[in-house]
Design a binder for this molecule. Sequence first.
Ligand code: ADP
Length: 416
Amino acid sequence: MKVLVLNSGSSSVKYQFLEMDGEQVLASGIVERIGNDDAAHTHRIAPGAAPGRPEGAKIQEIVPVLDHIAAIRRVLAALTHPEYGVIQDLREVAAVGHRVVHGGEQFTDSVLVTEEVKEALRSLFDLAPLHNPPNLQGILAAESLLPGVPQVAVFDTAFHSTMPRVAYLYALPYAMYKRHRVRRYGFHGTSHRYVSQRLGELIGNPGLQGMKVITCHLGNGASVCAIRDGKSVDTSMGFTPLEGLIMGTRSGDVDPGALPYIMAREELTISELMSMLNKHSGLRGISGISGDMRQIEEEMLKGDSRAREAFEMFEYRLRKYIGAYAAVLEGLDALVFTGGIGENSVLVRERVCRHLTFLGVELDEEANRQGKGERRISTDRSRVQVWVIPTNEELVIARDTVAIVRSLMSQPVASR
Ligand code: ADP
């Protein structure tokens, strides 16, 4: 069964096309700057996916792309392209899986997209005004271009639906929760779910039964998740993806009392304040250089003091959360690093683990420095296992899509 996975943002559509019998990626790509005359489409055939084609054959074009429909039309054209395609006919696309950022309290699992689901997604626009509208646009565009092909929505929030109330309620007047559903939802759920399940497979305990695990997703956005018996019990992102860790350009935790003060002093509007918190804070805000960790590390190693401070603050906040979640879990059996920084930054992992020996973390410095991809980086003696596990959100979306489509096919026609 071949599945198209779409991640539709406000101005981009990222995609992966997979053969799920064998879980092989066939092609992937991105359409960026949608809505502009100089939108960019990059499409790549995965190595080995199309025998006879040049290895890594790709399309790279700058073209006008008006909207999400036009973008997804290009994606489908690329998949069936005589030179760069991987299928002959669009009928080979068995289903489409969509990343949807916010599932609110309604969606605790992935779902088949129906009219009711689309209506419910619209009702969640207020909760995720930047993300859910383009996610729905992607769904509508795929529906119109692939009529009759099942569409599945997979939510970033769903994995965290198992959090207890003590973890997800804010200490605001209770009416704010009852009336407006202001609570912690958490994000990056698909990634935390993937790496924790993968850890279970790697250590021979698929459900992570009896285990206390902390997963650190450290990319441009970053979050930590406390997992007991395979289920999320707390996570650092909250009502929005702004809470918690210091991120590339997002502040993470700040005293809410500082915000009206800054607004008054700087004469900022709410949208200017939000832009400051989301785009001009974090590593970029502190360093004044960049929100990109690789660049921060480079400048720090050259002696830049603000880059050093940004790095140290990032590591300090992360460690603080790991300590807090070890207390939440009342112990720790495994720590997992993922995301661009978690997978690639030797220095972040080394500095964090150096300060966690009191929890029983003993890093194998050689394994941390050497090697690539999935690996254990703690010593055999370490009481806490430390792992690097590259995330694969697209695979989770494709797996959920296949599971839902298969269960649909096994139902009697009358009840579908
Ligand atoms: P996104 O959250 O947008 O998917 P990624 O997960 O790709 O982003 O993570 C991007 C971050 O990973 C950037 O801060 C980048 O600098 C960082 N990163 C990538 N490679 C390295 C590396 N070798 N060392 C340190 N940081 C790295």
